[in-house]
Design a protein around this ligand. Sequence first.
Ligand code: F6P
Length: 535
Amino acid sequence: MSAFDALKSQAKADAKTAIVDHFTADPSRLEALSLEVAGLYVDVSKQSWSDAGFKSALKLFEAANLKGAQERMWSGQAINVSENRAVLHVALRDSDANNLGLRGPEITEDVASARKAMQAYAGAIRSGTITGATGKKFKTIVHIGIGGSDLGPRLVYQGLAALNPDIDIRFVANVDGSELALALAGLDAEETLVIAVSKTFTTQETLANFVGARDWLIKHLGEDKAKAHMAAVSAAPDKTGAYGIAPDRVFGFKDWVGGRYSLWSAVSLSVIIALGFDVYERLLNGAYEMDQHFYHAPLNKNAPVLLAAAQIFNRIGLDRPSRAVIPYVHRLRRLAAFLQQLEMESNGKRTSPTGEVLASATCPVVFGDEGTNAQHAFFQMLHQSEDVVPLELIAVQHNSEASADMQQKLLSNVIAQGEAFMVGKSYATAEAECKAMGLDEAQTKIIAPQKVCPGNKPSTTVLLNELTPETLGSLLALYEHKTFAEGIVMGLNSFDQWGVELGKTLATSVLKDITGDAIAPHDASTTALIKRVKG
Ligand code: F6P
């Protein structure tokens, strides 16, 4: 029997036992299925697996040779085969070139010089040595980028920004001009720095927004002065000159940094300026601690592997097609959006790197919102639908911004939800509640079934000691490695994104139809929509 078939049959057997009964059967369950690392406590004991199920999931990582894949990644081999690129975001947080193999010195030198340039520029802006053209200090950065050039920096900034920042960041991603208009509203151009962030510097949304922001700067400051208010970050620095950005305001990174893994590079320049280089270094240090853990820890005590194994068990073992990510952390309210790109763009694939169609399902739908808000929105369905949606519940234990009372209320909610999803509410309990409400037998027969929650819904809990640059760095690296480990087991290349291209190509041809005289042939629905928007 293949390791996949063994997992599927064990998973089906495990699912016949209530999760809560797995605890009764195995007193060492929590100890075996939880760990602490890099400021995080990770608990996968409320998943549907038995010990045998957990072990059969781990076997897949052995069978796929995760260790070999880690070595190939860290040593700079071109594991992104379709684009013939190395995948070395780990090098951005590895100041000792640990595990980087022969390419270590060359890479760390490159990383060090990029960091030096960012540190100098960010420091000069923060101290006021570099100012706007009229001598005023920069107070707002307009960060323009999309996808990986937006989601990571936005999450980190929201996660770590001071309550009253000296320098604020406004993010602009969408080509819907309202986002740019809202970002620029009320700003003083003399105190505003616009940074265009794009790995390729060809992305339609980013270039359109940058042109709009540049026009706004020119309108308020004139063409010459506007130049002092523009910077760019790109792995294609040669393309930035065409947009009037001075070469000494362009910060680069290498093509071995994938877009959705790029927050550790100059893509976070605006965050480095706003929060300080020391905060950025602490973020890298937290990620580095998780990198070392992922590289060295055994599979059964390896946090990214535990999360990946839970997902493989649910998705492949039990055919559960979605996963909810619920951060009970307002500052991490965009975590699900970040993970949607990280996981779904990385692993939402249907073929192997050699082009064969894969036999098993790959990435689930990842969705979510912050708790407790989500409890008042879509949790009803998660509690009572027959569909099983595994959850990830994320919380921060100590929060100096919150009163003790509010923090206790928040934490009691996250803990209670994990328990509620697992234990559910039986018919007997519902019946007793009806009786206590004074309902008669006939009414009870109608109401009690409606109150039943089947329970047995799996969840993983991740608890951060505190939300610091270090723990945020380790949390994000945890998910990066989870995604990588899943990709290895599922037998796909997590580092390309061919599926995104179709929409981009068609958008270009539809734009021609909208702006030109003629409309190319389409289906009746598409043609009608084009005619409508042409007016
Ligand atoms: O959505 C496709 C994609 O290429 C992402 O992978 C990337 O993060 C995003 O577009 C933005 O790309 P760029 O940084 O090159 O503008």
